[in-house]
Ligand binder design. Sequence first.
Ligand code: 9MR
Length: 364
Amino acid sequence: MFFPAALGALLLASCAADKPQDKPLKDTFADNFLIGAAVNVDLVNGADPKGDSIVSRHFNTIVAENCMKSEKVNPAEGVYVWDDADAFVKYGEERGMFIVGHTLVWHSQLAPWFAVDSLGAPVPPEVLKERMRNHITTMMTRYKGRVQGWDVVNEAILDDGTYRKSPFYEILGEEFIPFAFQCAMEADPDAELYINDYSMASPAKRDKYVEIVNDMRSKGIRVDAIGMQGHMGMDYPDFNEFENSIVAFGTTGAKVMITEWDMSALPTVNTGANVADTAAYAAALNPYPDGLPAEVSQEWNDRMKKAMDMFIRHSDIITRVNAWGTDDGMSWKNNWPVPGRSEYPLLFDRSYNLKPFLTEYTEK
Ligand code: 9MR
């Protein structure tokens, strides 16, 4: 009896000596904002135990990377496939996390039936409104009191500040945004409601969002936060412009959230996050298949620290900072905009170690 117990203690001690555990990020940034990650179905279903261990240890908020998108959860009219979304919510609940649903109204990964009739022609405005209301109400009612915040409208504005010509816009015009928020307010008055987009450092896009949010809030339509996705690279966005957007968004009275943070370490192919904008593979675009060289890693960490310091500077209005994934190995950036690259964009590396720039905060 004595021997195995002693051996166990010895092993534990030697593991601890090899790698002291980092202070949890949620404790490190407790006075600043919630900190979290997008999680995928594998992680919540137990197929990524190491991913689970970092999420459980470090994060106090999670968002659904894919399982709540309409094409997944509502693939045909009146048909809901709940298994993955239920598992996601249960996972967050069991860990006492602030759970964010993503996303109710989005042109991309839109269920194919949503905006067309049986012949594939656009539905009349009243039909689309009815479908939007049903979808929003069904989703939010199922998770009432369990999902605390929702990305209600995602990626509605282009970088030049004009409306994206999505089916929602083409059929309903500008009204689709306030209509979606009105439905969401009614479906769950206690949930926070967010409007979310990428390339938010663009001045034209910034101005348009300020105008849209001011307009809705002045009419009593709740928008609780503006989500700045925060998909970044080594040469974009301009942090001064990003910071100008944080400040401008704060003037609306809504909070600001960094909702999909990651930073590419690879050559920039495009600066947005539009899923459809892809490019062909070329070896020159994938320069570090076997790991980041030390100097590139240093440069990446320095830039991430600058971004984090900027978020901390504005933690009076930034209430949540959320990475778009857990470890580098699972990031969507490995396959976008160029398929098959080895990317290094997240807060944890492929071995689930915290990136060095974060230890500067955890070890303070
Ligand atoms: O990370 C997501 C990836 O796994 C999906 O294939 C893709 C399409 O659904 O969406 C990615 O997440 C996107 C998010 O939902 C909205 N903003 C841009 C994100 C990256 O494309």
